[in-house]
Structure formats: structure tokens, C-alpha cells
Design a protein around this ligand. Structure first.
Ligand SMILES: [Zn+2]
Length: 659
């Protein structure tokens, strides 16, 4: 649901709201607005070998990583008390940086784990092994997590969700066009088994591919996953035990430290059935599959050979990266996520001015008012449904900057005497226990689902909340030095985008409390779907690279949110002007600056492999189409640039306005 946001600069220096150097004035705005607004930026930022994609928001992410590295470096100067978060962050970071030690230990840290796999294990011991993996290592067959029950959003529920395929998306296993990627994946599997000293790596490849392909066949597609009902299968624990008897669920619950439950969400029964079959089937094949899950999960935390094997497949083959990210960036990411809120607390103290929070609260209020006006003025929706929509809008919980209460990591131990991989497993287990303890309990609605130092934002339909972490409240999203047109066009659209998610194809199915409940009249739902279908067809017709079309159904929610965000933020800007037209800046009117600021967020260069991968796995449209695809439907954009024809132009009867 996040916006996967945009561009750079830092709060220490003044950043221009709009930089004309980013433009390509050789392209007419009516032909390709994205190129016009960002072509100069693209030329000035050729892709470095470590990147599959680099956009204006990656400039901000890069600056952010340097800030976090500075925070970690500051820990070095002080003596952190054993058991303090400073000690944990510092030791975990150093373990990741210590290539000499990693290359000396080689695969040794994983031996103990691989040794737990044995053909002699009975049902209970196999279930213990599986749960131990789910708790600390990876996601064989399915991934367990706790989130709000979709039909009773005040209560935490255990989800058993489809997973267990290394390539992460069923299409890579099943579609003919992905044969080359499958070949590279097989080579990767063979390589890691060879490095681990297995006698018959070719047999391992066959076993892993057979099992993962079975899981892929049983898995829902990305489009099917957009239907929340397709992943909601509430069953009693008794039914779970009866339906999937190959797993000793009592043992599994015990190892996973799940509190006593009456029901779980067995989200994807077909995948669980495959798990059941495989777990009670050929043991040699199963053992290869479990071993590969371990090798694959640990590869990034072991020696250079394993790290490079993983990079060659996931980085180079799948994304087109030419080099791995530098070691310090890879190492930094581990404490930055496992001790995320402790890092966030340091980050906010140093980098988040309280004034930003106040200004954001005002902006969110402005956007809420504007979206309310749009809902009231909709021609396709009845008054009855409008009243419900306005109620949902008024009930939004707004989170800005950082959580009111920080996560307590005092029971997580990081011990530098143990290996990097061992400590990562500990941290994984700690997080698993932390989330499992929420199953069957009242949901804590103050909890954050992103850390403050994340350059992104989200809407969560299960709690009807929007969240804007501290790190996104910087240029080019939020620029205290820029004029209002720029801030409404950037962070304003992001706010409107997240709000619109509450009313997109998925979000609209949840009520103001976050429960799956239909609050729409039948006619209004039909009208919504008719408009949505037009948008789907528009994006289905976009050729993202020769022979590859965008997936309009998969990206529908994000495209609705981009359009809604653009429309609502523009209304909010107009409201704020109070009828007074500001003088142009650098020759651009207030409306032109609004759309230029929006386009700047999506300035980026991207490799062909990454275009293909993201089209498959990322529900957001590619940067170019978040600009050109979205603006085609917006009358105010045409007026701002006086566009009456050209490749950007859609005649009024072909446009679609949802929110
Ligand atoms: Zn989004």
C-alpha cells in the first residue's frame, strides 16, 4: 500500500522546489510530460553498477543511509553498556562488516542448521524442525504472521500465508517466457548445494524445482491476491489439524510460541495441502527443499562466495544490477530493520524537527477536507454511500513522524562471540515471538508498520490509518523552503494517494473500523467497478518494453490512488490559495509547478530486467506511467499546460475520474 516514494536533497542545505535543470525542453509537455519534466534529471544521473533502478527518491534514501551510518559511527565513540541498544546495533553492524571473519567461518555457521535435517525424523520432530525454520530462518511452504482479523479487526489473528518459493512469484515457475530465469535459478541452486558439499547437487536441483513448482501451481496470482476474501479462510484449530495432518500442530504452536487459539486464518488452503503432501511424501526430496530454504535464507549472511552466488541470481539475473551494493550498505540494513525502532529513536532525535510534524498535520487536514469535497461532488455515487464514505474519511487515524511509544528490545540479545548468522537467527526468532504473542489478543492500534527512518508511507485498511514516517518528510516530498505549489504537488499528492487507498478496489471493501464489510449500495459498487474497468484497460494498453504490457488489474489500486491523490491535492492547493493567484516562479504558474513537482518525484533510470521484474511483482506502475498514465485523465493538468492534442491527450469521453 506504500507509495514507494521519490527524490533527494537533505534538510541541512536548501533545495530548490523546482530545478529547471531537471527538464528536457526538447520534449513538448503535450507529447510526453514525464520526459519533459525529468529528462534532464535522467541524463544527469546515469545508473551506477550497484543499482537496478535509481530515482529521485533514491537520492533521499542514499542520504538517509549516510545519516544512519553517521548515527552508528557515533556509537563507536562511546562505550555502549552490554545489553544496551547501542551495543546491539553496534555489534550487529560490525558482524556484517567483518568480511575477514565471514570468509574464515565460511558455511560453518549454517552447519548446525543443516544438520537438523535428517530422513529419520518422525512427524513430531519434523514439525519441530519446520516451526524452528518459520521462527528463525525462512518460510518453507507458508509464512506465519499475526495481523488483525479481517472480519473482527480489533483482534489479532494468526495467518498462514502462501510462501515457500525462492523466486517469490508463481509466474517465474509457470510462464514459458521465464525459461531463462528458471535456468539461472537452477544454476544458483546447484551452486549453493555444491558449496555446501552435497554429493548430488543435480538431484537437489530437481527436488527443489519440483516442490517449488507444485507450490507455485497452488499459489494465488498477484491479481487474485487483490481480493481479500480469496485469502480469508478462518478455520478452527481442530479443522486445521484434521485438514493438514502431516504437521503436528501442537508441536508447531509450541515451538512458535503461539498462545492458545480457537481459530486461525489458513489463508491459502491449496498451498497448505501441497505442504501436507510434500511433508508426508518423498523424504529425500523434502530434505533437499528444506536445506535449500536454509541455504537461500542464510546466503547473504555468510562468506563472500555465498553472498555473490545470491547476488548473481537475485541481483544480476532478476534485476540487472551489475554489482552488489557496497558491504556497508548491506550490513547497515540488518540492524536498521531488526532494531528498527531503536535506530528510529536516534534518527528522530537528530533529524526530525518538531515543526515538520505540525506542518504535516495541517496538510493532512487540508487533504482530508479536499477529499471530502470530492466525495460530496461525485456524480456516480448515491447520497447513501457518500455518507458512509465521508464517515470513513473522518475516522482515519493519522500517524506522522514516529510512534508515541517505542518498541522495547531489552530481551533481544546480540552476542558478538557468536556468528553473524546465529545472531540474525536470534533476532528473527525474537521478532517472531513478539508478533506471535499478539495472536488472539486485542490489536494494539498505536503500533507502526514502518520505521520512522523509512522513506515511504502507507495506508492500512485493517486499521483505517495513514502513516507518514519522519524520513519521507524531506525534499523533494516535503520542502520547508519551497512554495505551496511544490509541497502540495509532492507530499500533498502522497497524502492524497494514501487516503485514496481507503477507497481503492481493495480498500473500499473495508469499513471505517477496518472490517471487511460491504457498505456500498449495489448500484454504487457497480458504478465504481465500471469506472475501474476503464482504468484497467488504459493501463493494460501500456507497453512498458517491447512485447511486455503493464498489468492494469494488478496495479489498479495504486493507479486509483495516484489519480485520486493528484486530483485531491490540487483541490487542496486551490483551497489554500483562497482565490489569490500567486505570481509565476521561474516562468511557471502555480498549477504548472504543482504538476512539475509531482513528476519530479518519479524521475528515475531503470534497467530492462528491473522493468520486467517490477511489472510482475510491484503493484505500483513504473515511474514514467505514474506520471504520463495518471495525468491523461486530469482536466486541470491539460489546462495548466494548455494541452489540446498530442500523445498525452485523451478526449474527455475517454477519461476516467473516480475520486
Ligand atoms: Zn500506494
Amino acid at each position: 500500500m506504500g507509495v514507494m516514494a521519490a527524490c533527494g536533497g537533505s534538510v541541512e542545505k536548501r533545495v530548490p522546489g523546482i530545478d529547471p535543470a531537471n527538464f528536457d525542453l526538447s520534449v513538448a509537455p503535450s507529447e510526453d510530460f514525464y520526459e519533459y519534466a525529468t529528462g534532464g534529471w535522467q541524463k544527469a544521473h546515469p545508473l551506477k553498477p550497484e543499482f537496478a533502478r535509481f530515482g529521485s527518491f533514491d537520492v533521499l534514501r542514499e542520504n538517509n543511509e549516510i545519516r544512519i551510518r553517521d548515527l552508528f559511527a557515533a556509537l563507536e565513540g562511546t562505550t555502549s553498556a552490554p545489553g544496551s541498544v547501542g551495543q546491539k546495533i553496534g555489534d550487529l553492524y560490525r558482524l556484517g562488516l567483518d568480511s575477514v571473519r565471514l570468509n574464515t567461518e565460511r558455511l560453518e555457521p549454517l552447519r548446525q542448521d543443516l544438520g537438523t535435517i535428517a530422513p529419520s525424523l518422525g512427524r513430531a520432530d519434523l514439525s519441530r524442525l519446520l516451526a524452528g525454520m518459520h521462527r528463525a530462518v525462512g518460510s518453507p511452504f507458508f509464512t506465519p504472521f499475526v495481523d488483525a482479523d479481517m472480519t473482527d479487526s480489533s483482534t489479532g489473528m494468526l495467518y498462514l500465508y502462501q510462501a515457500g518459493i525462492g523466486m517469490g512469484n508463481r509466474d517465474y515457475y509457470l510462464d514459458a517466457e521465464n525459461e531463462a530465469i528458471r535456468t539461472a535459478y537452477r544454476a544458483y541452486i546447484e551452486k549453493v548445494f555444491t558449496m555446501a558439499g552435497y554429493g548430488d547437487p543435480k538431484a537437489a536441483v530437481e527436488a527443489v524445482m519440483e516442490i517449488e513448482t507444485r507450490i507455485a501451481e497452488a499459489s494465488l496470482s498477484t491479481v487474485e491476491l487483490r481480493d481479500p476474501y480469496a485469502s480469508y479462510n478462518k478455520v478452527s484449530v481442530e479443522t486445521l489439524k484434521a485438514d493438514y495432518p502431516a504437521i503436528d500442530w501442537d508441536v508447531w504452536f509450541e515451538v512458535m510460541k503461539v498462545p492458545a487459539l480457537t481459530h486461525v486464518n489458513a489463508s491459502h488452503p491449496k498451498v497448505l495441502s501441497v505442504a501436507n503432501d510434500v511433508l508426508s511424501g518423498d523424504r529425500t526430496k523434502l530434505d533437499y527443499y528444506l536445506a535449500f530454504t536454509m541455504l537461500d535464507a542464510a546466503a547473504g549472511s555468510l562468506d563472500d562466495d555465498m553472498q555473490m552466488a545470491s547476488f548473481e541470481f537475485y541481483g544480476r539475473t532478476m534485476s540487472g544490477q551489475q554489482e552488489p551494493r557496497p558491504r556497508w550498505k548491506r550490513a547497515l540494513g540488518v540492524p536498521n530493520s531488526t532494531l528498527g525502532e531503536a535506530v528510529g529513536e536516534m534518527y528522530v532525535a537528530k533529524y526530525f524537527p518538531p515543526a515538520s510534524k505540525e506542518r504535516m498535520l495541517r496538510l493532512v487536514g487540508d487533504l482530508q477536507t479536499a477529499l471530502g469535497q470530492h466525495i460530496e461532488n461525485l456524480e456516480w455515487m448515491s447520497d447513501e454511500t457518500k455518507a458512509k464514505a465521508l464517515e470513513k474519511l473522518a475516522t482515519f487515524t493519522v500517524k506522522i513522524g514516529y510512534p508515541d511509544k517505542w518498541k522495547d528490545y531489552s530481551t533481544l540479545t546480540i552476542d558478538p562471540a557468536l556468528s553473524y548468522w546465529h545472531n540474525i537467527k536470534r533476532a528473527n526468532a525474537w521478532h517472531s515471538d513478539d508478533t506471535m504473542s499478539e495472536a488472539g489478543r486485542p490489536v494494539d492500534r498505536t503500533k507502526w508498520h514502518m520505521t520512522p527512518q523509512t522513506v515511504n508511507a502507507y495506508y492500512n485498511p485493517l486499521s483505517n490509518e495513514i502513516c507518514f514516517p519522519a524520513a519521507i518528510l524531506q525534499p523533494p516530498f516535503f520542502n520547508p523552503d519551497a512554495d505551496d505549489a511544490v509541497n502540495y504537488g509532492a507530499i500533498g499528492v502522497v497524502i492524497g494517494h494514501e487516503m485514496t487507498h481507503g477507497f481503492d478496489d481493495m480498500g473500499r471493501q473495508f469499513d471505517k473500523q477496518g472490517n471487511l464489510a460491504d457498505w456500498w449500495t449495489e448500484a454504487d459498487a457497480a458504478a465504481f467497478n465500471k469506472l475501474a474497468d476503464v482504468l484497467v484497460a488504459q493501463y493494460d494498453a501500456i507497453e512498458v518494453q517491447p512485447g511486455l504490457m503493464a498489468n492494469g488489474r494488478f496495479s489498479l489500486g495504486e493507479n486509483i490512488a495516484d489519480q485520486g491523490g493528484l486530483r485531491v491535492a490540487h483541490t487542496a492547493l486551490r483551497n489554500s490559495l483562497g482565490g489569490v493567484e500567486p505570481a509565476p516562479i521561474d516562468g511557471f504558474t502555480v498549477d504548472q509547478r504543482f504538476y512539475l513537482a509531482y513528476a519530479t518525484l518519479w524521475a528515475q533510470n531503470i534497467r530492462d530486467e528491473e522493468v520486467a521484474r517490477l511489472t510482475k511483482v510491484d503493484e505500483h506502475s513504473l515511474g514514467k506511467w505514474r506520471v504520463d498514465g495518471a495525468l491523461k485523465n486530469i482536466e486541470a493538468f491539460y489546462r495548466a499546460f494548455d494541452i489540446t492534442g498530442g500523445a498525452m491527450y485523451l478526449p474527455p469521453e475517454q477519461r476516467v475520474v473516480i475520486w
